[in-house]
Design a protein around this ligand. Sequence first.
Ligand code: AMP
Length: 480
Amino acid sequence: MNSFESLSLSKKLKSVLSELGFQKPTPIQEQSLPILLQGRDLIGQSATGSGKTAAFTLPILERLDKDFPDLQRNPQLQALILCPTRELSLQVVSEIRKLGKKHMGLKVLALTGGVPLGPQIAALEKGIHIAVGTPGRICDHLRKGTLATESVKTLVLDEADRMLEMGFIEEMDFIFERLPSDRHTLLFSATFPASIEKLSRNIQRDPVRITIQTEQKSNPDIEQRAYVVLPFQEETFEFTDRLKLTLQLLKELQPVSCIVFVNFKADAAELARELVRFKVSAAALHGDLEQTDRERVMAKFRNQSLRVLIATDVAARGIDVDSVDAVMNFDLPQKPDVYVHRIGRTGRAGRSGISITLILPKQKNKLEHLEKLTGSKIHLHEELDLRNIPLSEIGANLNLESNMETLFIAAGRKNKMRPGDILGALTGEAGGLQGSDIGKIEIQDYFSFVAVSKTVAKRALKSLQEGRIKGRRVRAELAR
Ligand code: AMP
């Protein structure tokens, strides 16, 4: 298919497409439109800019035409589109309005936080066909009874992974429970961690899966490498030699998130101190940490305000992270199954990953067994000799700081705190932040964490400290 002509779209929509200068479908449109026009559920991988908005909007508009030849009469909500942020919601609304410009009387409404409820309620009372919004605000309307969902035919989750990352799952579940079960459900996501697969199983019926190959590696395999630690004569120098290799490899790889596994607890703390000294955004997770410190370190790693996490195998058990770019074995684990388990932390969810293992020359013979266990080659690198390069030189200009910062908020689920409340406080009139400056929002029982861009962290903190969340003052501070 290389034009929109062959699709069973109405003349009206075809003429709009040609007026907008859409000459041929983008790859995601080419794959998904025939399926969506048949009314099947779909789970699609797509990035912004791929044309996915039109991919889900065209079938919605096509169906509206059939069900509502006269859109002006008695408008009822036909489609609900959930987006992670206000900006994305507004973009989607504007794209739908463009595509729906010949649907006379079409009512599309943005329902997001950060703006007053009143005008939204007034618009809802007059009736709308398509609502686009963030889970928090949509929930508010459902609770207030201002949004009727019994007529919804199509549910779209846009950037579903981002919504989960921002901690919207409870709001989303609340919404799903209030939608007709015979609806049509479309899920778009850039990544497919286990949480997305689970969500799809819960809310979709026999979805067709569509993946658009990007230029990036589509091979989810883990690239395994081993580096020989030199020199090996002088046992006492070994830590520094491993440290040099670690720094050099981190510098080359520039992972956004990497777990460095150590066999010994004492090495975890020591390595963390050294990495921090070289301005790497790193922290250690080991059994001796207090529970609250553990929670804080893990939350910071999950939301990417920590790039490198150093962990013993015991401490790593509780790390609940979807996937990391790289796993590094500071030493070869004693047991082969531990190696397999460690490297399984990367390359998940269809992404590629890399595992790096530092070995002593006498351990080279162990690699073959590990290759058999993992079913793929371990590339041995013996050439990286850093003996004559001073540590300070290797550690200079690593460029491994994080550009995110974590704010701790002393209120959580038990205080009825929801992600939308935090998002609202930060992006509303008082906060003034852009959605793109806000990362993962994590609500725990009695406290919450939110990642924000470093450049706006002070401002974000100030707005949380000076403003109110749900009408109350809450304590907020930088999570160090
Ligand atoms: P999206 O990925 O949905 O945010 O869309 C990215 C941009 O591409 C939007 O400005 C669309 O209007 C535009 N667009 C979508 N589909 C097409 C197409 N088939 N041909 C040309 N432009 C398109």
